[in-house]
Design a protein around this ligand. Structure first.
Ligand code: ARG
Length: 705
């Protein structure tokens, strides 16, 4: 289908004829309506980073395994390893609580562009514009919160040319209901990640709980009851055929399709190589230790998966940008835009400066971007620095208001839970190795005049050896042990914190960044914001016949299209679906990424597929559609033309890793797990038929399309 992560608010403005031609049978009101139950009520944002959908009237939520991964890991121990073995709650009493995990359910959204930009003109000085816009965004969001009843924010779209208000209910009691074994939920591991064909059962299940009157609660409460959603999705056994209509509803995180060529170039030759190199280093060191020790493997499983996921993403994005000549394409587009602007004096007046400013700003940003990447990926790639940064609020009160006992005890109390969480999954020896390696690269690769003072200490007192400095830091910092941190929190002292070598290292990095790097970048960024806004406005005006969709920004979107195969490269075509046959083909007992659980092997060899077999008698596993999605969409429902659930979106394909920067309709596909495989895993492999029975399973004949 076409590019587009559309705002559901405007579903009426989408090409209804095209959607119907593709097979949509629902009306616009059945998709998005604020007065009556509609599809949007069945789709939630999970934890701010993923998507989930209701599949029962008792708040049962489906999402991806990789979205539930952190929660699943947190409930796992070597003795009761549910990450490895899988888990299905036999009764609601067995469901597992997850402090901090929440879902947001959209109440309404509104185009507030007119209100935010009222009285602002092209002549308004930029600083004044920014201040006014930010103030109005805050005020509108605050009003919409209705005294804390709702979560609300105003997000900008199209680089600040439009503004939208989003109002949500936030439910803070979300319990784990089930997950397949990791060997199913992450089958193929990092080898298969971001690639098609896929054989991963990437699902997990949660249940949203509410107060007795079906209202959100901030966290777990023993007398909460399952939330009754306004709408839950029926689950279809019909299965997919090429050309079937498919719609994905969810919360895509971030795309940068309006990033100018200079920004693409900086990503390609500066940001991504640094990210890849530093993540590569970190992952190897983590893996060494994880392979030695089963308990450590569990502790670092979720961190590892997260870092590895985007490590491979950056590799794929760079490969793709080179292969598809993404920068050159963008340069050509800009050249024709410049020409169009130059054709008309009024346009030149309005937009003339945009691209020049953009190119100058990026030339400046490139001077500091390397430092900024090393702060993020090297310094904050070490855990002791991350923990130190969490001490900042406490540090600030200790420093600014040392007499304010109440403020100090609040700052201390706020740290209790994060500190416990942190140490639950921490290995000091592993972190020390990572620190020595990553900080060593930081010191080696960043221009001398941009380095934090602490590197002078390393050079003068430790002969330039980051390893020796690490020995000193980890032997002397209290931030390396939970008992010591708790002792500090029991009697917090500014002198003690300031003298701590771990905190000192962080503080040096932080001070250098906020005083020497950030102000320079922010200065350039301010000019860039304005220029980007003009650039996007000019582009939309020039191509007025094209309906642009705004870049993803973690707000609710829908994408529609069809089940569709693709040609990956010259002479290579990919089918649109996979079956359990492929699991057996990939199965490799000697490779942890391709182990198939014994019970699954037996069931597959017996072809015990039950009602989940396709019409050829095979067990369906995955399929692809041409929906436009990105990270954050993970767990999104794939819905057929009748509004029934046919799969869960969980990944994108290797040939289109540049998709977040530039959309290629021939190459970009959305990788989904077939809902029939999900049900098979729950019922046959997991023996949890009671969970399937809770869903509304339907078979209404072939999918429209
Ligand atoms: N690439 C997927 C995404 O970002 C995550 C897949 C998780 N699987 C894995 N092997 N790390 O949505």
């Amino acid at each position: 289908a076409d590019e587009g992560m559309w705002l559901p608010l405007f579903v009426k403005r989408l090409n209804q004829a095209d959607m119907q031609k593709k097979g949509l049978k629902l009306t616009a009101e059945e998709i998005y309506d604020i007065n009556n139950a509609s599809l949007k009520d069945a789709v939630v944002q999970l934890g701010g980073f993923c998507t989930g959908e209701f599949v029962s009237s008792q708040g049962l939520l489906l999402t991806n395994h990789h979205c539930g991964y952190d929660a699943i890991q947190s409930h796992s121990t070597p003795q009761n390893n549910i990450l490895q073995n899988g888990f299905y709650a036999a009764t609601k009493a067995e469901e597992k609580t997850n402090p901090g995990l929440f879902v947001d359910i959209l109440v309404r959204m509104e185009d507030v562009t007119g209100k935010v930009l009222e009285g602002i003109s092209p002549a308004t000085p930029e600083a004044e514009r920014v201040a006014t816009v930010q103030k109005r965004q805050r005020e509108m969001a605050d009003a919409a919160k209705e005294n804390g009843q709702y979560v609300a924010y105003v997000r900008d779209m199209f680089g600040g040319n439009e503004y939208y208000l989003f109002v949500y209910q936030r439910f803070g009691d979300v319990r784990l209901v089930g997950a397949p074994p990791e060997a199913v939920g992450k089958f193929g591991g990092d080898a298969d990640n971001w690639m098609w064909p896929r054989h991963t059962g990437d699902f997990s299940m949660f249940r949203v709980y509410a107060s007795k009157d079906n209202k959100p609660t901030a966290g777990f409460a023993a007398d909460n009851i399952p939330y009754v959603p306004k709408k839950h999705l029926p689950v279809s056994l019909q299965g997919v055929s090429e050309g079937d209509f498919a719609m994905v509803f969810g919360f895509p995180g971030r795309t940068q399709r309006f990033l100018p060529a200079a920004g693409l170039q900086m990503t390609l030759d500066q940001s991504n190589p640094v990210r890849i190199k530093l993540r590569d280093t970190r992952l190897k060191l983590w893996k060494e230790d994880m392979d030695q020790d089963a308990a450590l493997r569990l502790k670092y499983a979720s961190k590892y998966a997260n870092i590895a996921n985007y490590w491979k993403y950056f590799i794929g994005q760079n490969e793709g940008m080179k292969r598809l000549k993404t920068v050159d394409q963008k340069k050509a587009e800009e050249a024709s835009l410049v020409q169009w602007i130059g054709q008309d004096p009024a346009r030149s007046q309005q937009y003339g400066e945009a691209l020049t400013t953009i190119n100058q700003a990026y030339a400046g940003l490139r001077q500091y971007n390397l430092s900024s990447q090393y702060v993020n990926e090297a310094a904050f790639g070490t855990e002791i620095i991350t923990l130190s940064s969490r001490m900042m609020p406490l540090y600030m009160v200790l420093k600014a208001t040392p007499q304010d006992k109440a403020a100090i005890s609040k700052a201390t109390a706020d740290l209790k839970e994060p500190v416990a969480e942190y140490f639950k999954d921490y290995s000091v020896s592993t972190d020390k190795k990572v620190f020595a390696a990553l900080m060593g690269l930081y010191m080696k690769d960043v221009p001398a005049e941009q380095q934090p003072d602490v590197f002078q200490t390393v050079k003068k007192q430790y002969g330039g050896s980051m390893q020796k400095y690490a020995d000193y830091v980890y032997a002397n910092s209290f931030l390396t042990s939970e008992a010591k941190v708790n002792a500090f929190l029991a009697a917090p002292s500014l002198a003690k914190l300031e003298a701590d070598p771990g905190f000192k290292t962080f503080n040096s990095v932080y001070t250098n960044y906020t005083q020497n790097i950030l102000p320079k970048m922010q200065g350039l960024q301010a000019g860039l914001t304005r220029a980007n806004r003009l650039y996007v406005a000019a582009l939309r005006e020039k191509n007025s016949q094209k309906v642009y969709s705004p870049d993803a920004n973690s707000t609710i979107r829908l994408s529609y299209g069809s089940v569709r195969p693709y040609k990956g490269r010259d002479a290579v075509s990919y089918d649109f679906k996979t079956t359990a046959q492929g699991i057996l083909e990939k199965e490799d007992a000697t490779n942890p990424e391709f182990v198939v659980p014994q019970k699954e092997l037996e069931l597959l060899k017996m072809k015990d597929y039950g009602r989940y077999a396709d019409k050829n008698g095979a067990l369906p596993v995955g399929f692809i559609t041409d929906n436009d999605i990105t990270g954050g969409n993970s767990g999104s429902p794939v819905i057929n033309g009748r509004g029934e659930l046919i799969g869960l979106a969980f990944d994108g394909n290797w040939e289109a890793m540049t998709g977040d920067l530039a959309y290629d309709p021939e190459l970009k596909r959305c990788i989904n797990v077939d809902i029939r495989y999900v049900l098979w895993c729950i019922e046959k492999l997991g023996g949890a038929k009671h969970i399937v029975d809770e869903m509304t399973v339907v078979n209404n004949g072939p999918n429209p399309g």
